[in-house]
Design a protein around this ligand. Structure first.
Ligand SMILES: Nc1ncnc2c1ncn2[C@@H]1O[C@H](COP(=O)(O)OP(=O)(O)OP(=O)(O)O)[C@@H](O)[C@H]1O
Length: 676
């Protein structure tokens, strides 16, 4: 390694370039000719060159034409569906609403917001993992930079001089590198997966806390589309996972190139000085900036793809959820068509984006190869013109310097490509940020301002509606009046039967009572913890038979309340479900699939008997049960001291109630209360 710095850098940058230009000019014909001769001699190479060029260009062109036609067809159908005027409106509204997904100021703000959730403290597990990863990253850089130069130098010297001493040095260097490199690389991969998992865990739990925390936000976000969120499940399950993996990867892949670049540059500058490398990277930066202007935003593509993935997944889960109804109606062909349509839209969009990405890739590859080309010119020239070195020394010095410059160059390209990864990340970041902020305020103005259902205190023994108005909650302002100025006081022991035509607002009244819908006006006083709702199709939780009865308590395999639960099952005539060997531990993958409609309603009553609330809303809760059994179930409710609101169309139920609240359902919000 005997080249002194003054030797190597004595050739000026401009004079070096002019020497290179002169050499290219006088040898250009020879260069092209040698390429042509090489091609002519290698027929196999020519066949594969022609084949790969034709298949890439041909297939990409066919894809382009097909996808363009499909997109045009989709636009035409959208216009037909919405009507030209509506389509125009939505198009302009879409334009207005369309947010630019890029790596600007908003992205960084959102990213910091999410990272604070993922790594909440400097001493937590997340921070510890990041610190450990940092040590490994620096270690890998040290190994790769320090050993690369030595390794290439020893090997080239060994080969050019036929020196066993240098070859043995290379061998021991390589052996040490292999052991350290394997350990460090494995550690890096392992820590990256741990970081991704930790980040996912933290952000998902945060989303769960918002989604399933107080005030039933999951109901408002998922069912009532508050916050205009599409596919909340997709965002929580898939987007957070992809975002976490991207963040973990980006952390590792941003440190490495920065460190390796600076260290390789420092080492290479000992041979080349700084002027050439700086000129090289300045050219490459300018070239990349120029190419960038032509490529589309990856973030926007990610946003669209994830939304379409969510819709496709949603279409599948709807089929799973309604498998029996679809099977009875023999709707399989229709469902298949719906699913295939969803898939076509998804693959169409992804195919189009892949074409855009290919365009992107051409720009990147160009940036990379021109870097190698210009780098080559800068690094080769000083060694080409230097005559004061022996052959072996010249080759060894050149190879080790070239190796460092190549490392330097590839890290520089990696740094520039970080922009692309950040761009992809911005898509996920936007979707998750949207989710969290929408959940934060999906209660909406009216919910926050409205009186809602007020907790009446643990000792309150009554439910009081005062001047209550109930409207349908249409977010676009087209709500209808269901109930107006309802004044009703419900005291213990006085059951109320709520009647009226379909869609008049019977269930809606109790949605307001439970605090799911805000009242349009008036107030509701209700001991929420003493109120239970039995719908027509009771919800069955994933878990044991005991969990079905104890819900919302989740007992799992605890036998603490087994006696009470068995009694409740006996009262509703469901002891047949308790199998001798497993008892209440019986677990089903999906309870809805194994219980009949009547059995599910009986589980609802068993739940009511188990919890013994002061008040219960029975919403068509006995519609699948025969009248004799219905009678027995109602008597039991009364004997437990639970006062009920019943919504029912069957007149036989009147005898269990003291009052009837009749809702007109003619849009005026009128109602009548009569003693029975
Ligand atoms: N999430 C919702 N968003 C907007 N409107 C809704 C929503 N849920 C129900 N509605 C509307 O509110 C009205 C009252 O519904 P509700 O379920 O209270 O009727 P109901 O009197 O219980 O009817 P039924 O006897 O058929 O069960 C219906 O017209 C329905 O379309």
């Amino acid at each position: 390694m005997a080249i002194s710095r003054s030797d190597s850098t004595s050739l000026g940058l401009i004079s070096g370039l002019s020497l290179a230009a002169h050499a290219i000019k006088s040898n250009a014909l020879d260069g092209a000719g040698s390429q042509w001769r090489a091609l002519k001699q290698d027929k196999l190479f020519c066949i594969f060159l022609a084949g790969s060029t034709a298949s890439f260009a041909g297939l990409a062109a066919r894809e382009y034409l097909q996808l363009r036609a499909q997109r045009a067809e989709e636009r035409r159908l959208a216009l037909l569906r919405q009507g030209t005027a509506a389509a125009h409106d939505s198009k302009t509204a879409g334009k207005k609403k369309k947010q630019r997904v890029d790596t600007g100021k908003d992205f960084w703000k959102q990213l910091v917001f999410l990272l604070r959730i993922a790594v909440p403290s400097a001493s937590g597990r997340g921070a510890q993992l990041l610190a450990a990863q940092f040590f490994l990253l620096v270690m890998r850089t040290l190994i790769s930079v320090k050993t690369a130069k030595l390794s290439v130098y020893y090997l080239t010297t060994a080969m050019s001089k036929g020196s066993w001493t240098h070859w043995t040095r290379w061998l021991s260097n390589f052996a040490a590198w292999t052991v350290m490199g394997t350990t460090v690389n494995t550690g890096l991969k392992y820590f990256e997966s741990l970081i991704a998992l930790e980040v996912r865990d933290k952000v998902t739990k945060h989303a769960h806390a918002k989604y399933l925390g107080n005030s039933n936000k999951f109901y408002r976000a998922a069912l009532m589309q508050r916050g205009a969120l599409d596919n909340v499940d997709q965002r929580i399950v898939a987007d957070i996972e992809a975002w976490s993996a991207n963040v973990a990867q980006l952390y590792g892949h941003s440190f490495k190139p920065i460190l390796e670049f600076s260290m390789s540059l420092y080492e290479a500058s000992k041979e080349l000085g700084y002027a050439r490398p700086v000129a090289l990277f300045a050219t490459q930066t300018l070239f990349t900036i120029f190419m960038r202007t032509a490529v589309p935003s990856l973030g926007a593509m990610v946003v669209k793809e994830q939304a379409l993935e969510g819709s496709f997944r949603h279409a599948h889960s709807r089929l799973v959820g309604h498998a029996e109804e679809v099977a009875f109606l023999q709707g399989a062909p229709t469902e298949r068509k719906i699913l295939d349509e969803n898939l076509k839209t998804l693959t169409g969009a992804k195919g189009w984006h892949n074409l855009m990405r290919a365009r992107n890739s051409i720009a990147e590859q160009f940036a990379k190869f021109q870097g190698i080309f210009i780098g080559g010119v800068f690094v080769h020239i000083p060694f080409l013109v230097r005559n004061n070195l022996g052959e072996a020394e010249r080759i060894a010095s050149f190879r080790s310097t070239e190796e460092l410059m190549l490392k330097c160059g590839s890290n520089f390209v990696e740094l520039i490509l970080l922009g692309k990864s950040l761009n992809e990340l911005s898509g996920y970041t936007q979707r998750i940020h949207e989710l969290l902020t929408a959940l934060e305020d999906c209660s909406g103005e009216r919910e926050r301002a409205g009186a809602g259902a007020q907790e009446g205190g643990s000792r309150a023994q009554q439910i009081v509606f005062t001047g209550l108005c109930v409207d349908t909650p249409e977010p676009d302002g087209t709500s209808r009046t269901l109930l107006k100025d309802l004044d009703l006081q419900m005291v213990a022991g006085k059951n109320v039967l709520v009647t009226g035509p379909n869609g008049c607002g019977k269930t809606s009244l109790f949605r307001v009572l439970a605090g799911l819908w805000p009242p349009a006006a008036g107030t509701v006083l209700c001991p929420q913890s003493e109120l239970m709702w039995l719908p027509q199709r009771p919800y069955l939780v994933m878990g044991t038979l005991r969990d079905q009865v104890a819900y919302p308590m989740l007992l799992g395999y605890s036998k603490l309340h087994d006696r009470a639960i068995l009694e409740c099952l006996e009262m509703v005539g469901l002891t047949k479900l308790v199998e001798a060997d497993v008892g209440l531990d019986l677990t089903q993958m999906e309870w809805n699939d194994v219980l009949s409609g009547g059995e599910r309603q009986r589980i609802g009553f068993a739940r009511l008997y188990f919890h013994k609330p002061l008040f219960a809303v029975l919403d068509e809760a006995t519609s699948a049960i025969n009248p004799d059994e219905e009678h027995r179930l109602y008597e039991k409710v009364q004997s437990l001291g639970t006062t009920v609101f019943s919504i029912a169309h069957r007149l036989e139920l009147r005898k269990f109630h003291q009052w009837e609240l009749r809702i007109e359902g003619d849009g005026s919000g009128k109602w009548e209360l009569e003693p029975l």
